[in-house]
Structures are given as C-alpha cells and as structure tokens.
Design a protein around this ligand. Structure first.
Ligand SMILES: Cc1ncc(COP(=O)(O)O)c(C=O)c1O
Length: 370
C-alpha cells in the first residue's frame, strides 16, 4: 500500500470559531455593508498600530490607489519606488497617469536603497512610495529627509516596528495594509489605510464610496469616486482576526526561528536578521538560492517532494507590461534583478509544525547536495 505524501502548503489562514461566529452575526443582522463593523474595525486597527485615523478599503491595491490620490498625485507626476515588490505597488501609480520611477534595492534589507532613491528624485517627483518588503521596515528616516509626501506600502508589514521604535503604520504618512488570505491577518480580500491627517481621511472615505461626501444624500456625489468599500462581513472577520493577531504573529516568528536553525549551514541566503532597532513583522520566509541552482527547477523538485514553494518576487520593471509601457530593460537595477532571480518563498504559516519545517529543510538540503 502506497502512503500519500502530505503536501506542505505555501500559506494557510488561521480561521476558526471566533471568525465563524463574527461573520454569522453580521449575516443575521442583515446589515452587510456600510454598517457598524466598518468604523469598529477601523477603530480597533487604529488602536493596534497607534495611528490617528484609518480607512477600511476593498484591498491593499485600492488602498494604495486612494492613498496616492490623497497625497495629491496627478497625471504626469513621478513616484519613486522599489522594483522589488508585488506589481500592485507600481500599478497604483500608473492608475493615475503617473510614472513609477524605480530605484535599486539594498542587498541586505531588500527595501529601496535610500541613496538610490535620492538619486531618482527629480523635478516631477510628487511622492516616495517605499515598500516594507517581506515585513522588514524600510529606512524611513533617510527617506523623510527629502521632505516629499510619502505613502508606505505596508501590505506585508503588519506587526513590524520602525528602527526608531514605532509600530509600522503609525507614522502619519498614509500606510496601506493588505488582508488577502496569505497575510498576517485576513478578511478574505481587504485592506486598510492608516494616516495622521483628518482631511485626507475624509477624502479617502468619500472616494472609496463613489465620491459621496459624509453629509450628502445617496445620489449626490461631489467628486469622482470608486467602489472600494470593505463589507461589514469582511470587517467582522477582520475584528475577529485582530483579537488573535498577537498569537498569530508570535507563531510566525516561532516558525521563522525553526527555519533559521534548520537551514543554518546550508548554502542559502536567509532573510536578514532584525538590526538597528527595526523589527520584522513576519509575513513570508524567502531564501535566496546559490547561483548554481536553477530556481524554477528547484520549485518543481520541491513539489515532487510534497513541498510547495514559489519564485517571490519577480522584478516589476522586467514584467512585460512595464517593459512595453515604460521601455525597461534588464540590467537597470542589478541588485533587484539578482535577488529576484534567486528568491524562493518556502511554506510559512502560523500553524506550521517543527516537523514540517524539518521536512522542508531536508528537501532543500538534498537538492543542494545533489
Ligand atoms: C507589497 C504589496 N503591495 C501591495 C499588495 C496588494 O494587496 P492586495 O492583494 O490586497 O490588493 C500586496 C499583496 O500581495 C503586496 O504584497
């Protein structure tokens, strides 16, 4: 009799009885959208990250779009950002007819290199859009020195702490979080913008709701808007997830610790350790393979051993759309291109066991020794 190899998934949300109860309550209330859970979720999130305001939105992507509009992005502007991110970061700039201007990344943190960002700033730069990639905070103090508006892509960084000690999202700049099912907490799909400016919150609240000002009738719209709302069902799920966020973050950090021990000594580059006061909010566990190992073949070989993995992340500027629309070519951002070609996300989720981590490490160790 053949025994089936247990497949270790890449990610897995923690959903249980509290989430089921919270969602059922909303369903039974009949108030499925534009109801009381939206401000309740926003208030709980504000308390969590120490921000002044928050706006719940339908995704991290729509959050980026509204946050960029709120800092005044207009057609023809430029936004300096990282090419090593999920494509939504740059796409949100393009939605407004503006141009993402990429700057290469720091090889240790994999966040935008402040010196490269400084060199990319020009007369048309309207804003900086740093990404806290893989949950590791970008060097905000260096970026803030330019005095330009900043939008933080914190989609992967819930639970992270800036080098100077504050929780990511509490700095006053609009910061966006994402709640897709692989994130530190989930609402299925969803996002949150945290920010320090009340006028910007008012603008975002109106624009996420079809351009309807708070005191206007349903059919009266005084500006262009979108339907970027988050439903009460999703907000209820978010409230239940926030209750257990500390436990989930601690579990992720524990799994990361097991990985560090299990992979020590292997020919792999591991995620950088926390340094200088910055603390990672663990989202993914991404290793960089040695050049001699073909990354895509490694994904296939791991799959055959029952281990899911994924190239993570490809360089944005080398995606077909960005090559065609903006004329990008290989060689422009060498650090990003090298890292993007070697990075592999391993299975990583709070319920992962030490035994599963050992199985992943054994599989990788075998491939490295072959
Ligand atoms: C860095 C980064 N930015 C933006 C997003 C977009 O978030 P969403 O998928 O919620 O639209 C993601 C999500 O994967 C992300 O990782």
């Amino acid at each position: 009799m053949s025994t089936q190899l247990e497949v270790i998934p890449l990610a897995k949300p923690v959903i249980g009885e509290p989430e089921e109860r919270a969602v059922l309550e909303v369903l039974r209330s009949g108030h499925l959208s534009l109801g009381p859970r939206v401000p309740a979720f926003e208030a709980a999130f504000v308390a969590r990250v120490g921000a002044e305001h928050a706006c719940a939105v339908s995704s991290g992507t729509t959050g980026l779009h509204l946050a960029l509009r709120a800092v005044g992005l207009e057609r023809g502007d430029e936004v300096v950002t990282s090419p090593f991110s999920f494509v939504a970061t740059a796409n949100a700039v393009v939605y407004e007819g503006a141009t993402p201007v990429f700057a290469d990344i720091d090889p240790r943190t994999l966040n935008v290199d402040p010196a490269a960002a400084a060199a990319a700033i020009g007369p048309r730069t309207r804003a900086l859009l740093p990404v806290h990639i893989f949950g590791y905070p970008a060097d905000m103090a260096a970026l803030e020195d330019h005095g330009l508006p900043i939008v933080e892509d914190a989609a992967e960084a819930l639970g992270a702490v800036y080098a100077d000690g504050g929780a990511v999202g509490g700095r006053g700049h609009p910061a966006i979080f994402g709640f897709y099912a692989n994130k530190q907490m989930t609402t299925g799909e969803g996002g949150m913008i945290t920010l320090g400016d009340a006028a910007r919150k008012e603008r975002i609240d109106a624009e996420r709701n079809q351009g309807r000002a708070p005191d206007m009738g349903w059919l009266d719209h005084d500006r262009l808007g979108f339907n970027y709302r988050l439903s009460d069902i999703a907000c209820a799920l978010g409230l239940a997830q926030l209750e257990r966020l500390d436990d989930m973050l601690a579990a992720r950090a524990r799994v990361a610790g097991w990985y560090r021990e299990a992979l020590a000594g292997l020919e792999l580059e591991l995620p950088c350790a926390d340094a200088g006061g910055a603390v990672r909010g663990w989202f993914v566990f991404v290793v960089q393979l040695p050049e001699r190992l073909d990354r895509d073949a490694t994904v296939v070989a791991l799959r055959e051993l029952g281990v899911q993995s994924k190239p993570y992340l490809p360089a944005i500027h080398l995606m077909s759309y960005y090559r065609e629309a903006f004329g990008h070519r290989p060689g422009e951002f060498p650090v990003c291109e090298r890292v993007a070609g070697a990075s592999l996300a391993l299975p990583f989720f709070p319920q992962m066991t030490e035994g599963q981590v050992a199985r992943v490490a054994e599989a990788l160790s075998g491939l490295l020794a072959a």
